[in-house]
Each structure stands twice: as C-alpha cells, then as structure tokens.
Design a protein around this ligand. Structure first.
Ligand code: FPP
Length: 262
C-alpha cells in the first residue's frame, strides 16, 4: 500500500522532471552515440526482498523507457551492456533466467522496434550462447537489418579486452597473409576491426547505481567519452534521468586533450 502511495506521488514528479530536462535539451546538439552500463538490478530486487530475476525484469522495462527517450531526442546509436563475458560467473539459475528474459523481451518488443525503424545489432560472442538465444537475436538482426532511425547495439557476452584481442588477431592475420603492411597500422586501423566498426565513438557513457567503474565496456571506444553516473538503480532509471544526462552532457566543455575553443 505504501509502495502504491509512493508511486502515485512519483509519477507527477517524474513527468515534471521529464518536461523540465526535455525542454532544456538543445536538439541540434544531441550526442550521436550514447552507451549505457545498466547496473543495480540485483540491489533493486534485494531492497524489496525479491529474487534477483525480478530486478532484471524491472530492468527490461527501464530499457523500454530508455529506447523511447533516446528516440525522442534523436540519438542515432544506443549501446546497452546486457551481459558481459564475466557474467558467466553468476549462479547458473540467474544466467539461465537472464537468457530467457533476453529472448522473451526481444520477442515481445521486436515488432514495435522494427516499426520504429530501429536496427538491432549484437556486439559480443553470440555464437557461444544457446542455439535458441542465438536464433532469437539473429532473427531480430535479420528483420531489422535495413532500418535507419537508430542502431541499437546490444552488448551480449561482451568484453572490451576480448574485443581488442579479437581485433589484434584479425590484424595479425591480415599482416601474415600479406594483405596489410605492418607499418600501415594506426589507431584507426584497430577501430576498423572492432565490433563497432563504422559507428562513431560514444560521446556519452551513462552508468547507473553509483559505481565509478567502466567494467570492461567499450574500452577502446570511450577514450574521450564523457561519463555520467547516477545513483539510481537501473530499474528506477526514468526518461527524466536520460534527458538529464543529455542536458548535462551539453553543458560540458570537451577538449580532447587540446585547449578550450573560444
Ligand atoms: C546489471 O545489474 C544488469 C544486468 C547484468 C542485466 C541487464 C539485462 C536486462 C535488464 C534485460 C535486457 C534485455 C534485453 C533484450 C537486452 P546487476 O545484476 O549487476 O545488479 P547488482 O549490481 O545490483 O547485483
């Protein structure tokens, strides 16, 4: 009952914050690429005495809201950290539950995402997941392959160091096979061999739950990315938080190692 009461107060306040930040955003200067470390599902569930999976379920709702918020302001690339190569260390039941949730969420949302022109792209070692999870994501990628409104990168079985090692191996292979000169290797060469090749680097990285870490996410790509951390746990992340992050990003001075322009 208390929860219901708090929720009923929160809704008008959330709308107020949503409007407040949305109106402040300069729609001509929205970052092209936003990446998100969605953290805190487990703690959200624990605070409520619920199983961790209930937190992940609530997290899937936060994803829905966030995709909409990103589309509303015209973000072109949204990259979400859904499952890291380190997440296999979690209890087997949680991993199984998460995989089922990925499939269920994707099946439920796919048509709407497709209608909105969103292209789904998995980054990470999809081939190591179960046949059924692979099929589900491959079908989603196939269906949405020609969509142009937004690219939704889902980092699944993803690790930043694995990604860089994969790129280094491919470059070494090209050199060995005489397709690339050793002296021609530059930072841009490596970028071309990453899973995100062809996409701009994220200008903004959002992390929830207050942790100040990058957790092996897009290590190469975030060299000059602005970080924005909120104490909100991922299931509590609202459109207003997303808009706030965009607005505050727009107030920052980015120098890329140079001096501030006048
Ligand atoms: C981090 O919280 C969250 C995850 C590892 C999983 C996020 C996945 C979803 C919300 C479902 C996504 C669905 C699709 C289709 C992409 P945590 O478990 O690390 O929380 P804790 O740090 O509080 O324990």
């Amino acid at each position: 009952m208390l929860n219901g009461f708090i929720k009923s107060l929160r809704t008008p306040f959330s709308r107020f914050r949503e409007d407040l930040f949305f109106k402040r955003i300069d729609l001509t200067k929205v970052p092209k690429h936003v990446a998100i470390i969605m953290d805190g599902n487990g703690r959200w569930a624990a605070k409520r005495g619920l199983p961790r999976l209930a937190g992940h379920r609530a997290g899937a709702e936060a994803i829905r809201r966030t995709i909409r918020a990103a589309a509303d302001v015209g973000v072109k690339y949204l990259t979400l950290y859904a499952f890291s190569v380190e997440n296999w260390k979690r209890p087997r039941d949680e991993v199984r539950g998460l995989m089922n949730l990925f499939e269920e969420t994707l099946r439920k949302e796919l048509q709407e995402l497709h209608e909105k022109g969103i292209k789904i792209n998995v980054i990470g070692h999809l081939e190591e997941l179960s046949k059924s999870t692979q099929r589900c994501f491959r079908e989603a990628m196939e269906l949405t392959a020609n969509n142009k409104e937004m690219i939704l990168n889902i980092a699944l079985n993803y690790g930043g160091r694995v990604e860089i090692a994969d790129a280094a191996r491919e470059i070494a292979r090209a050199v060995r096979d005489g397709k690339m000169a050793l002296e021609s290797i530059k930072p841009e060469t490596l970028a071309d061999y990453l899973y995100t090749s062809g996409s701009p680097d994220p200008e903004l990285l959002i992390r929830t739950s207050g942790e100040l870490r990058v957790s092996n996410f897009l290590l190469w790509q975030i060299a000059y990315t602005e970080l924005w951390v909120t104490a909100a746990l991922w299931p509590d992340f609202e459109k207003a938080d997303f808009y706030q992050a965009i607005y505050e990003f727009q107030q920052r001075k980015r120098r890329f190692g140079g001096l501030e322009a006048d």
